[in-house]
Design a protein around this ligand. Structure first.
Ligand code: HT7
Ligand code: ZN
Length: 877
């Protein structure tokens, strides 16, 4: 396996302007005819080489050059390439290949899912359909003709506009689609099958009528309303906030059961994991509803940031993904509570991206090499990439950022470009030098900030010194200083903002001051400060960094109660909880008695007694940091001890605040009819958090378990049912079993709901989790061939620290065996399941040894995929 390097990038030697694709669909033996107009690229480095086309898992049937047949003996075909020597400067090439969609378990290229033919071409799936210049900087106009049996596939879809359709002999029919926009092959899509459509219309700002269609199986017809509403909201928002209109007459979404990721932004024909389309209150939770809104928007926003302007090469993946995640986060913040959205985004970043950044798979937002591109659809590319865009937005301010975006669209529409091109457009629009800022694209690792404060009472001067350091990451021992925006506030003793009253050279942004850190260490000086302030640092999490604790617990509790920045209020609660749990862990390890810090207890007591109007915010502030987050602070991880310490804090809080939690629970009953408003979502999530604490007292107080059971039985929505189930999953016993069985019986024929049932059991800390997971692997609803099932059971189990890291190694074995089974079927998914093994070096010695052994074993498998090999080799390096 040879690495692909950014420095080896060369423009393509050939260009393809037009492509006519004809598919004759069969479950096995689909014939694909690809007719391309090809010419040498005048800007290529070399202009006399052979034509080399990518192709994998293809059977080459016929080749014609300028309508003359070429003998297959005269070309070179390898497992990954077709090479044709001595081609003219301009020519037509016709290639016929044969593929077997029914046997395609990798879900890349053309495959079948629940009797539907569909495609997934990003990143390199098109080469599993035909031989092609399968790289994002080759843009062609596509015409797609699909021929298929009419009865089996009444619906035939591809990118663009339908230009012809009709019946054929032998029960086949055809449809011909033309996409007027040149596009890279990764945006190609085809769908054929027996689907129904839900239709609506959107009138663009300039008055064009766009037909919106969502295609699903008949049984899901009534679950598409929310997706359609979300799509229309996203279309309007992109017009209003970015001035971007949709450009085709038709926008289609198809829900697919078997899908490797969330969704795919193919031009005019988005394919979606059914999980991100289908919803009704009975079977989907509030979180599902919000995720659907976000993913629908994300794919729609790609039409401009990804499709109209695409990536020059896959190293630039964050150009489209980081930017589009930022846009979807902005959208969700505008549609719902901005503070809640920011908290959720930061929680995800801290739990998963910071962890990736600190491990052997750490890579920059623009990586410089990879073995398998599918392994680089990471939280770093997506979520750190979004943070990088957010920092630009903060540094430039919203108006200048918008001017920069306008310039980017104006300069590069229809092109395949780089992250440098993007930053250049912003820098030019802002007339700013962003050279140092660009280090964010090339440097891996999470910077750590050290903050020190000096208060000079005599001169009323307050100085904040901030130092930055980024730890070494694989291949990058030395780090450069980064340019980052620090939004801060100064709180007076009454909790009010002092910023307006102090004298300083920093830009004011509402209640915040914008400090720009560029050097390794900088002083920020504030004069005429009326009293010693409490610093509200890094408001809204204005940069993706770790801040070394610098405030007393009393100060943190003060921020938690008073800060005008709602994110920082939550963050203060989060950091306090983190400090308290880690302190308990230290005591546990030292065999001392664990105690709950009184300052923290008092702060939470106040919160429970004085919930804010945004109930979701209160719910978030009550939730303890996840083990996945906490373990990052540890030199050596003992997952069982960590779990115990966290559980101790949770149990103590439950015991001491039981009355308050119970009141909060009863005071927040949602309405009987489902509404997705901030108020109603907040009520449901607050009650779920209360139950999650209260069940821990269930051993002594059976009525608290009954409260859970009651919510499960009476709750009219899936949100309430899952809230109850998730709490009960912590307490093994007859009641838990009865309710889980009831749920299974009720929902066994709904795969998306069964995913939840699998996941709750795989995540449970209860002692019998390993045995249950083992049994569930044989459950009739589980299948290694369905990625949602694999993620729900095995993916979630891998994140269950107590049981996955069981000292016997049985958790490791369970996962490793399934990875080896899955690798030949779906290497992309198998590689993703490797994630919990990657940070093996951070664990206690016995666990380290067991995981190292497992990694070596997986790495030694005959026929291991490039995907899994890359993770194993980087983990062991
Ligand atoms: N751009 C899409 C990425 C994607 C993907 C990548 C690899 C393999 C399968 C895939 N399915 C979708 C999704 C997105 O970010 O919008
Ligand atoms: Zn995306």
């Amino acid at each position: 396996f040879q690495p692909i390097r950014l420095i080896d990038y060369r423009p393509p030697e050939f260009l393809i302007d037009e492509l006519l694709l004809t598919f004759r669909l069969k479950q096995r033996g689909t014939l694909v005819q690809a007719s391309s107009m090809i010419r040498r690229n005048p800007s290529a480095d070399r202009r006399n080489g052979p034509l080399r086309l990518c192709g994998e898992q293809l059977q080459l049937v016929e080749l014609r050059l300028d309508d003359r047949r070429i003998s297959l003996q005269d070309v070179c075909v390898t497992d990954w390439e077709l090479i044709i020597e001595n081609v003219p400067d301009v020519f037509k090439l016709q290639i016929t290949t044969r593929v077997d969609p029914e046997d395609n378990t990798a879900l890349s290229g053309l495959y079948r899912s629940s009797a539907i033919y569909c495609t997934q071409c990003e990143a390199e799936g098109f080469r599993r359909i035909t031989y092609f210049l399968d790289r994002p900087d080759v843009l062609a106009r596509y015409t797609t003709r699909i021929e298929a049996p009419q009865e089996e596939c009444p619906v035939l879809l591809a990118n663009g506009n339908l230009v012809a359709a009709g019946e054929m002999d032998d029960g086949f029919h055809f449809a011909e689609w033309q996409d007027p926009f040149p596009k890279p092959s990764y945006l190609f899509a085809l769908v054929a099958g027996d689907l129904v459509k839900i239709e609506d219309e959107f009138v663009t700002a300039s008055g064009r009528r766009v037909t919106l269609q969502i295609y699903v199986h008949e049984r899901n017809r009534n679950k598409c309303k929310h997706a359609m509403v979300s799509l229309k909201k996203a279309m309007r928002w992109d017009e209003q906030v970015y001035g971007r209109e949709y450009d085709l007459d038709q926008y289609m979404i198809v829900a697919v059961d078997d899908f490797n990721m969330g969704a795919m932004e193919n031009k005019g024909l988005n394919l979606f994991n059914a999980k991100y389309v289908l919803a009704d209150p009975r079977s989907a939770t509030d979180q599902d509803y919000l995720a659907i809104e976000g993913v629908i928007a994300h794919e729609y926003f790609h039409n401009w940031t990804g499709n109209r302007i695409t990536c020059r090469d896959w190293f630039q993946l964050s150009l489209k993904e980081g930017l589009t995640v930022f846009r979807d986060q902005q959208f969700s913040a505008d549609m719902n509570s901005a503070a809640v959205q920011r908290i959720e985004d930061v929680r995800l970043l801290r739990q998963f991206q910071f962890r990736e950044d600190a491990g052997p798979m750490a890579h920059p937002v623009r990586p410089d090499q990879y073995l398998e591109i599918n392994n680089f659809y990471t939280v770093t590319i997506y979520n750190k990439g979004a943070e990088v865009i957010r920092m630009l937005h903060t540094l430039l301010g919203p108006e200048t950022f918008r001017r920069g975006m306008d310039l980017y669209f104006q300069r590069h529409d229809g092109q395949a470009v780089t992250c440098d091109d993007f930053v250049a457009a912003l820098a030019d629009a802002a007339d700013r030098d962003l050279t140092r800022f660009k280090h964010w694209y090339v440097q891996a690792g999470t910077p750590r900030l050290t903050v020190t404060e000096q208060w000079d009472e005599r001169h009323c001067t307050y100085v904040v010194t901030v130092a930055q350091a980024t730890p070494a990451t694989p291949g990058q021992p030395d780090k450069l200083p980064l340019h980052l925006p620090l939004l801060v506030g100064l709180l007076g003793s009454d909790g009010g903002d002092l910023a307006a009253r102090v004298s300083c050279p920093y830009e004011r942004r509402g209640n915040d001051l914008l400090l720009e850190l560029k050097e390794v260490q900088q002083d920020f000086v504030f004069r005429e400060v009326p009293e010693k302030p409490v610093l509200s640092f890094l408001r809204g999490f204005s940069a993706p960094v770790i801040v070394n604790p610098f405030q007393s617990r009393e100060e943190a509790a003060f921020v938690m109660q008073h800060d005008s920045d709602l994110f920082n209020r939550w963050d203060a609660a989060f950091s306090l909880a983190e400090a308290v749990i880690l302190e308990c862990l230290a005591k546990l390890v030292a065999a001392e008695t664990m105690e709950l810090d009184p300052v923290y207890l008092e702060a939470i007591h106040y919160l429970v007694g004085h919930p804010t109007d945004d109930r979701s915010l209160t719910a978030l502030a009550l939730q303890l940091p996840a083990e996945n987050h906490l373990l990052q602070a540890l030199k050596q991880i003992d997952p069982v001890a960590l779990h115990e310490a966290r559980r101790f804090v949770k149990q103590e809080l439950a015991g001491r605040l039981a009355d308050g939690l119970l009141n909060l629970y009863h005071d927040n009953e949602p309405s009987a009819t489902y509404r997705l408003t901030g108020d109603q979502v907040g009520r449901r999530s607050l009650r779920a958090v209360c139950l999650d604490y209260l069940v821990l007292l269930g051993e002594e107080q059976q009525d608290l378990l009954e409260l859970c059971a009651h919510q499960y039985r009476q709750g009219g929505t899936m949100t309430e049912k899952i809230g109850a189930l998730s709490a009960l999953a912590q307490v093994p016993g007859a009641l838990r079993d009865e309710i889980f069985d009831h749920f299974e019986n009720q929902w066994r024929s709904d795969p998306l709901v069964m995913d939840k049932w699998f996941a709750l059991q795989a995540a449970s800390p209860a002692a019998d989790t390993y045995d249950r997971v083992k049994k569930l692997l044989d459950h009739p609803a589980f299948s290694l061939k369905n990625p949602n099932k694999v993620r729900s059971l095995l993916g979630v189990f891998g994140q269950n620290h107590v049981h996955f890291h069981h000292e016997s190694g049985r958790g490791y074995r369970l996962l490793a065996d399934r990875i080896c089974q899955l690798d030949p079927l779906n290497p992309q998914l198998a590689a993703r399941l490797m994630q919990p093994f990657v940070t093996w070096r951070r664990y206690t010695k016995d666990r380290r040894q067991l995981m190292e052994q497992i990694l070596q074993e997986i790495g030694g498998q005959a026929g291991i995929s490039r995907d899994v090999y890359e993770i194993v080799s980087k983990s062991l390096a």
